[in-house]
Design a protein around this ligand. Structure first.
Ligand SMILES: NC(=O)c1ccc[n+]([C@@H]2O[C@H](COP(=O)([O-])OP(=O)(O)OC[C@H]3O[C@@H](n4cnc5c(N)ncnc54)[C@H](O)[C@@H]3O)[C@@H](O)[C@H]2O)c1
Ligand SMILES: [Zn+2]
Length: 674
């Protein structure tokens, strides 16, 4: 691979992984299976190993988890809370064993535990009393959720026995399969009542892991208690005299009153580990909670110190993850969904089949390429797989069972919602319905996105209200919302004055939503909430963004080419410009609120490369922005300064060739303190 191709691929992978992370940790949504995610991450790791100069300071290979939230006090961890390196492969596991023995120059004993599928929590005890519970957050600091943790019955508030005076223990908070079902039943019953009163139904919990994460972050501890969470602890962090092995630590934890899964086991060789893994492959489904693998840990504490950590995970442990489960069933027919951007997604409708404890009836087929790849025929017997909990996917067809009369699945040519002929852009996998203006799911989808919580947050407008507003001809697009008034709304059915007031108040309040969220709300393809923040920082008014070129946009840190293309083509459409103007006239924010920035570096642009001592690269970026400068990723004549650390490499050479000013970390510090 050439460095140019590598750089491009690194960028693509980083954007994809950042977005998958954001969805997974912030919204609890998985767009791809864990196995696919792990494959992408490994690919990035391999490229970065080959081209170390391409490692960005915030690369997904270096980052743990999500981010702490603003809803709780953020607390720094005494010892970082890391992730675990993982594998789906026996070979990798054997390699791990060999490497460990080689590094230690001694035989090792392991402890095997199941990998509980929930969220990590750190608990601190002083004199036997729980004083603090903190989530993993970004690994360095997390959310203080002590009040919530105290409502979880399996977390002891007061310990028994000979516990040390102060120590930290970590474990997994989870929602048992039983609580998950009960909670969903409750929500379903509440929904019947809500619907009968004309209110919006609540979404069901998607899966136990996501449900546990959501519940733990509730603001009201009473609500946490209602969700009936549990916790298994899996390790002591603090060094404690007399506890020399991980196994002894677990036994002690049990004595002091903690809740542990009784499934942990000591193995004196990697063969023993493999035996444990095989034994639990099927049996784990009988456990009260979801598990997705086995965690293998070196037993002796002394070895943990010797082996140390990578940026992201300890070297003394590895997770072996079980492969997704598969089943075979019949493809009955294919339906097509229309998204808010007009993208058409084919969905396989299957004869019901049991898979990993749930009944599966539908699977996503992604796009026409996928159908072609599978060479899918109606009534084929297909293999479905479910990675973790996400929508299952079809991985193959059993062609030996194909009846010759079965016809191949042909992609539709016209939109199932509005009958417009579909288009497919060159080089793209997806079909689109080009009828943006009147295709009902697109019109509705855009409005739904616009009012959603992370966008304009108008929660008084649910799906059914949108249907009615469109049906009664009151709105055709999002700008029409701002023309509504009591009079017009009087034609709405099952709408009391109170609902009308709520709706209008919500719309009014949205006028103060900041520019970055308004931009996100516009629903431009590939412009998610993070990208939108970056764009607003670089182009503080919509007029500046409108004038920006693809190149200028792609130069921004972590923003790819495709975003530039989407932005430029958005503003090339007259209707879009007109929509923005109408929203501006309605009083929405299209200008970045000036944060308290300084102007020391106003108008200057910087590229940073290499390794720094006093600051991390991210901190330097933040300092540049704080002082009014801009950060770019690649060297060009338009860059003013290169801040070069240790091992600066190719960028330094290029900067020198172009005659740019090169700053050391020290020079940079002087520049901002001048
Ligand atoms: N599908 C997606 O879009 C998507 C996106 C992001 C992450 N993911 C998945 O999440 C993984 C990364 O998440 P992660 O960093 O939380 O890592 P992880 O969940 O794979 O492993 C680390 C965690 O395991 C937990 N754990 C459970 N049982 C344990 C035990 N017995 N001992 C020690 N720890 C135990 C701990 O909470 C620890 O934080 C990825 O590998 C991927 O599978 C998927
Ligand atoms: Zn259509």
């Amino acid at each position: 691979m050439q460095i140019n191709d590598a750089e491009k691929r690194v960028e693509e992978l980083s954007i994809t992984l950042h977005e998958l992370n954001r969805k997974y940790y912030q919204e609890g949504v998985s767009d791809v299976s864990d196995q696919d995610y792990d494959q992408l991450l490994k690919e990035l790791q391999r490229i970065e190993e080959e081209f170390p100069s391409l490692v960005k300071p915030n690369s997904p290979t270096l980052r743990v988890g999500g981010e702490p939230t603003k809803n709780f006090e953020n607390v720094a961890h005494n010892v970082p809370m890391l992730s675990l390196s993982n594998t789906y492969d026996k070979e990798d596991l054997l390699d791990f064993n060999e490497r460990t023995i080689k590094d230690l120059n001694e035989d090792v004993e392991y402890v095997c535990e199941l990998k509980y599928d929930g969220v990590a929590l750190s608990l601190t005890y002083e004199d036997g009393i729980l004083v603090r519970a903190v989530t993993r957050g970004d690994g360095v600091k997390g959310d203080d959720v002590t009040a919530n943790a105290k409502t979880i019955r399996s977390i002891p508030i007061q310990l028994n026995g000979d516990y040390p005076s102060q120590f930290e223990v970590r474990g997994e908070v989870f929602m048992s399969k039983k609580s998950f079902d009960i909670n969903n039943e409750k929500i379903a019953i509440e929904n019947e009542e809500r619907i009968s009163k004309g209110n919006k139904p609540q979404p069901l919990l998607a899966n136990p892991r996501n449900a546990a994460a959501g519940a733990l972050k509730q603001q009201d501890p009473k609500k946490v208690a209602e969700r009936k969470l549990d916790m298994y602890v899996y390790g002591i962090v603090t060094e404690i005299e007399g506890i020399d092995t991980h196994y002894d630590g677990l036994v002690k934890l049990k004595e002091w009153g903690f809740n542990l899964s009784p499934t942990f086991e000591k193995e004196n060789s990697i063969e023993g580990v493999w035996d444990y893994i095989t034994r639990w492959d099927k049996k784990r489904h009988d456990l009260p909670l979801e598990t997705d693998g086995v965690v293998i840990k070196v037993n002796k504490e002394e070895f943990h110190k010797k082996l140390g950590n990578t940026a992201k995970s300890p070297r003394w442990a590895i997770a072996y993850k079980y492969k997704a489960e598969a089943a075979k069933t019949e493809l009955e027919f294919v339906t097509y969904q229309v998204g808010r951007t007009g993208a058409i997604t084919p969905v396989a409708n299957l004869a019901a089949v049991q898979l990993a404890g749930t009944t599966v009836r539908r699977a996503s087929l992604h796009n026409a390429n996928e159908i072609a790849r599978l060479d899918l025929h109606y009534h084929d017997m297909v293999y479905v797989e479910k990675g973790g909990e996400i929508i299952p996917k079809i991985t193959g067809v059993d062609k030996t069972e194909r009846n010759e009369k079965n016809k191949p699945v042909e992609f539709i040519t016209h939109c199932p919602a509005c009958d417009t002929e579909l288009i497919r852009k060159e080089g793209e996998a997806q079909h689109y319905c080009p009828n943006k203006e009147t295709c009902p799911p697109q019109v509705k989808g855009r409005i739904q996105h616009f009012v959603s919580r992370k966008a304009m947050n108008i929660d008084s407008i649910g799906g059914e209200t949108i249907d009615q507003l469109i049906g009664k001809g009151l709105i055709k697009d999002v700008a029409d919302l701002y023309q509504l008034d009591s009079d017009k709304l009087s034609v709405m059915e099952r709408f009391k004055q109170k609902s009308i007031d709520n709706l209008l108040n919500g719309i009014e309040a949205s006028k103060s939503i900041p520019y970055e969220r308004v931009l996100f709300a516009l629903g431009i393809r590939n412009v998610g909430s993070t990208i939108s923040e970056k764009l607003c920082e670089a182009f503080p008014t919509i007029e500046e963004l409108e004038k920006a070129t693809i190149e200028q946009i792609s130069e921004l840190y972590d923003v790819g080419n495709t975003v530039g293309e989407e932005i430029v083509s958005f503003f090339a459409v007259e209707e879009n410009k007109a929509l923005v103007t109408r929203l501006q006239e309605a009083g929405l924010q299209f200008k970045l609120e000036k944060k308290n920035t300084l102007d020391t570096l106003e108008g200057k642009s910087f590229v940073c490369t290499g390794k720094f001592y006093e600051f991390s690269r991210n901190e330097i970026h933040d300092l540049i922005k704080l002082h009014g400068g801009t950060v770019k990723t690649s060297i060009s004549k338009n860059v003013d300064y290169l801040v070069a650390g240790e091992k600066a490499g190719s960028k330094l050479k290029k900067a020198e060739d172009l005659g740019l000013q090169v700053l050391t970390e020290e020079d940079f510090k002087q520049l901002i303190t001048e």
